[in-house]
Ligand binder design. Structure first.
Ligand SMILES: [Zn+2]
Length: 585
């Protein structure tokens, strides 16, 4: 039907343009276009990096890169050339430079959460403000969008001031111009969507549908208190349901934005496909054939892959690293008649967000303004200390500040997580808390939010797992260099004050640890113990492989929140003794 009524128009067009055709070239070029070109520019896992990230977080393998390190010096990094990348003002310039006909900027989640203080100071309103300036149209929700809870995510989308901290210095928050999508985020009560499942954009007479998904593992990696009453369902089935709905509404060009992805083999071109197939590939290849492109995130890797959909057609599957270091450009043609993507026309590539372009003025000004505003939060008093609480290890390996952090995490996880003891990884204690009486001669006994954030800048979650007494002993054995878990250095976990034990320097690996006690009571091999550690350790970080075998995972508040709370409640805080571990020869 449509083709019949369409036909005369095509002929009329061809005839009218006939004269031009002879001069201009092939007849095809003169016909009214049958397809509409669309370009997507995509990012993921920005994590509030408004300022250019530094150190290893700024480096990205780039075949066109100048082979420099983060300080701009020449290095001999094995495996390829690197660029220093990222920074919102540079990202904005790169986005503009890649903007062509019918371009849309979309994203695959974790744009906010686990962000630096410049953004975290005002609940990530700064980042959402800047993303709005960049013209972001839609993003899937990521797990980190739920860091401060579902209610807070809704406030960020809809507007209004923070219920506890009030308005930012910019005034009442107006909400985002784009939605965080979640086709697999449902309300437990009635199975209704908790977030908009899709977004449809008309471009030149064709409609492009975006379906958002967040990793179904979200409940195991975000604080449980913030997502009560929500369920995160299997991604493929959730997206396929929406895909069918969109197709019935005539939206045949479909893009899935999914906050889940794969790992890659190291030192690959950002546009290469070197993924180790995991959850990301499972989703990318399992989605309904109606889905034309899959944009992913979460694993902070860069890749451009061509998978095969269930109908045997090639389908692109991409990710653009993290922290705004890479943007992905995806081009395709949409057939005006079928309204679907012409799969053979899809092309995708990753571009490194280098810093050799001029900064976008407007975005640079916004970033500078939020930087100045965040100073107010950085200077806010959160507690007081009686003396320096340092990061110098006692002979046992305990750091006074490490012990204090363990105490703060135990206190934050007793209720809800039923934690009995806590451990902090020593490498996560970044800076001492100074005091006038300290040799450093700095500080005044007042701890500011900025100082606390400098100690705990990673936005790790406090979590609680169950271990048996025997497993706990294995964990502590894994602190020592060597052993089957290949611990490269001895790393002594910082224990909470109610946990004590002894280790022997000379005993062989595997029988170093003895006399474990909780609240003075000896630990038995078969006893179940609720242990608070951060999500880095729960994942087996620092080669603590046994922690991965914990059960009944519960997620609590962010470590920085637990720390700030503790400082507030116990001020003035004295440096804890380093007597929790006894060392014998
Ligand atoms: Zn994530």
């Amino acid at each position: 039907m449509t083709s019949r009524s369409f036909l005369p128009l095509v002929l009329a067009g061809a005839i009218a343009m006939g004269g031009v055709t002879l001069v201009a070239g092939p007849a095809d070029a003169a016909r009214p276009e049958r397809t509409v070109p669309v370009r997507l520019l995509t990012i993921n896992d920005l994590h509030g990096n408004l300022e250019p990230p530094s150190g290893s977080a700024s480096r990205i393998l780039d075949p066109k890169g100048p082979l420099v390190d983060a300080d701009g010096k020449l290095t001999g990094i094995v495996g390829g050339r690197y660029s220093i990348a990222g920074g919102a003002a540079y990202l904005a310039t790169h986005l503009k430079q890649h903007t062509g006909r019918n371009t849309m900027v979309v994203a695959a989640g974790d744009l906010i959460g686990a962000s630096p203080l410049i953004s975290a100071a005002y609940h990530d309103e700064p980042t959402l403000d800047v993303l709005g300036q960049m013209g972001l149209k839609a993003s899937s929700a990521g797990n980190h969008e739920f860091d401060e809870g579902y209610t807070e995510l809704q406030r960020l989308m809809k507007g209004g001031c923070h219920p506890v901290d009030g308005c930012s210095p910019a005034g009442e928050w107006e909400g985002t111009d784009f939605d965080f999508l979640g086709a697999n985020v449902l309300k437990e009560r009635n199975d209704r969507y908790a977030l908009p499942p899709y977004f449809v954009k008309s471009v030149n007479g064709v409609k492009v549908g975006f379906i958002g998904l967040v990793t179904a593992t979200t409940p195991t990696i975000v604080s449980s208190s913030g997502i009560q009453g929500l369920k995160f369902t299997e991604e493929v089935a959730a997206a396929n349901k929406v895909s069918r709905l969109l197709a019935r509404q005539g939206v045949k060009a479909q893009v899935v934005l999914v906050h889940e992805g794969d790992q890659v083999t190291p030192n690959q071109d950002p546009s290469a496909c070197s993924v180790t197939p995991g959850n990301g590939s499972r989703i990318a290849s399992g989605l309904d054939p109606q889905v034309d492109v899959v944009v992913s995130g979460h694993s902070h890797q860069a890749y451009v892959c061509k998978t095969t959909d269930p109908a045997g057609q090639p389908r692109y599957y991409t990710q653009g690293s993290s922290f705004g270091r890479v943007l992905t450009q995806i081009d395709f043609q949409v057939d005006k008649r079928t309204r679907d993507v012409v799969r053979s026309t899809v092309a995708a590539a990753n571009h490194v967000v280098t810093r050799d372009v001029p900064e976008d003025r407007a975005v640079a000004d916004s970033v500078a303004l939020w930087k100045a505003r965040s100073a107010d939060i950085a200077n806010k008093q959160v507690g007081r200390i009686t003396a320096e609480i340092g990061t110098t290890a006692a002979p046992s390996g305990e750091l006074p500040l490490g012990n204090l952090i363990a105490d703060s995490q135990l206190e934050a996880t007793r209720t809800g997580g039923n934690a009995q003891i806590a451990f902090m990884n020593p490498g996560g204690v970044r800076m001492p808390l100074n005091h006038p009486s300290s040799p450093a001669g700095e500080g005044d006994g007042v701890v500011t939010y900025g100082e606390a954030f400098a100690v705990q800048p990673f936005n790790n979650l406090t979590q609680v797992i169950t271990l048996t007494g025997a497993q706990l002993k294995t964990v502590l054995e894994q602190q020592f260099v060597g052993g089957p878990n290949n611990q490269a250095f001895t790393k002594i976990l910082q224990p909470s004050s109610n946990f004590t034990y002894t280790y022997s320097r000379s005993a062989p690996w595997g029988s170093k640890v003895s006399a474990m006690k909780i609240d003075g009571v000896a630990v038995t091999d078969t006893q179940s113990i609720r242990v608070a550690v951060n999500n880095f350790l729960v994942g087996g970080g620092d080669a603590f492989a046994e922690l991965k075998n914990g059960t009944d995972l519960w997620s609590g508040p962010l470590d920085i929140d637990a720390f700030v709370d503790y400082l507030g409640k116990h001020s003035p805080v004295a440096p804890p003794a380093t007597d929790r571990i006894t060392v014998v020869d």
